[in-house]
Design a protein. Structure first.
Length: 150
């Protein structure tokens, strides 16, 4: 399983997910541009030495990412979004899934959402808007790993 961040806005969220990815042996893909200056030393403050144990791949555009990771490598793209009705509890994860996370401020554009094989959501109570992107990713990754390794 791979995690891809579409134009992330908050360096600390990305860095925290790098630590999670290192611990769970997941690749991190970043679709640029980021909403911050990508300074590996600043990111390392949150990711700590875990950053040395995670494979980080940066892509210049969504099109570059999609061509290589989806078309050429035949992976399945799964968008985590608040706009879906399909709960991640009911979704059947596969080994070749790539979990796409949108920008903290705006998610992903509609054309990118439409290019995903599946769109899933985390059910929330009380009309809450969304969880922190790293927290949301961690919940979904946990369920995906449980299903795949079960």
């Amino acid at each position: 399983m791979k995690i891809v961040f579409y134009q992330p806005d908050i360096a600390a969220n990305l860095a925290a997910m790098m630590r999670t990815a290192a611990c769970l042996d997941l690749e991190i893909h970043i679709i640029e541009p980021c909403g911050f200056v990508f300074d590996i030393q600043k990111i390392k403050r949150v990711a700590m030495d875990y950053i040395n144990f995670v494979k980080i791949i940066r892509h210049n555009s969504f099109e570059d990412f999609y061509q290589k990771e989806i078309i050429e490598n035949k992976n399945r793209l799964v968008l985590l979004t608040t706009k879906s009705k399909l709960s991640y509890y009911d979704f059947k994860f596969q080994n070749n899934d790539i979990l796409l996370l949108g920008r903290e401020s705006a998610g992903v554009p509609e054309n990118i959402a439409n290019s995903c094989h599946h769109q899933i959501t985390i059910p929330m109570k009380n009309d809450m808007r969304s969880l922190n992107v790293g927290v949301a990713a961690s919940l979904v990754i946990g369920e995906a790993i449980r299903q795949i390794n079960h």
